[in-house]
Design a binder for this molecule. Structure first.
Ligand SMILES: [Zn+2]
Length: 172
């Protein structure tokens, strides 16, 4: 089953119990069980900075990222989610880049915009690196991540690996 990302905290939601609930008890399509219950946010007044602090602390601990960098990164990620952006921003289903502007999107053969992939991953209706495996993608992105966040490469590989697993291209 394809996992979705909570549009409030960014947690991947795969199992039924990961999802929040609407007023009528049905499953929320957007938000996770920690953020959203019976049609309302569990923490209605929480700010993006508070959320980034919490998320950053977890990331910092798990992946040995300096706290300041982890909080900043966490805020960048959160700012692309519907709760904080005010609109749904699509992420590239191959590399995870948020596609905010028209020129960020890849292109189909007929020149129309791809709904799924970014311009770096997908051009003229095909992947720019069609044979790339998930393992190769991890090796490609992890060093950038390690440099960007000043974290150990081994931890960056774990982080990138688990992130890529949530993206369409790398699921089964
Ligand atoms: Zn991409």
């Amino acid at each position: 089953m394809k996992s979705k990302t909570c549009q409030s905290c960014g947690m991947p939601m795969a199992k039924d119990e990961d999802f929040g609930t609407e007023k009528d008890g049905s499953k929320s399509k957007e938000y996770c069980t920690y953020c959203y219950q019976k049609g309302i946010f569990t923490e209605q007044d929480v700010t993006i900075d508070e959320m980034a602090k919490k998320g950053g602390a977890v990331m910092s601990h798990m992946f040995e990222i300096p706290m300041e960098n982890a909080v900043k990164f966490s805020k960048e990620q959160l700012s692309c989610l519907e709760r904080w952006a005010g609109r749904a921003i699509l992420f590239c289903e191959s590399c995870g880049m948020p596609m905010k502007k028209d020129e960020d999107f890849g292109r189909e053969k007929d020149g129309s915009k791809s709904r799924k992939y970014c311009i770096f991953c997908y051009q003229n209706g095909a992947f720019t690196e069609p044979d790339l495996t998930k393992e190769e993608a991890v090796l490609k992105y992890a060093p950038m991540m390690a440099r960007h966040l000043n974290m150990p490469l081994e931890k960056a590989k774990l982080m990138v690996g688990s992130y890529l697993s949530t993206l369409g291209r790398w699921q089964e």
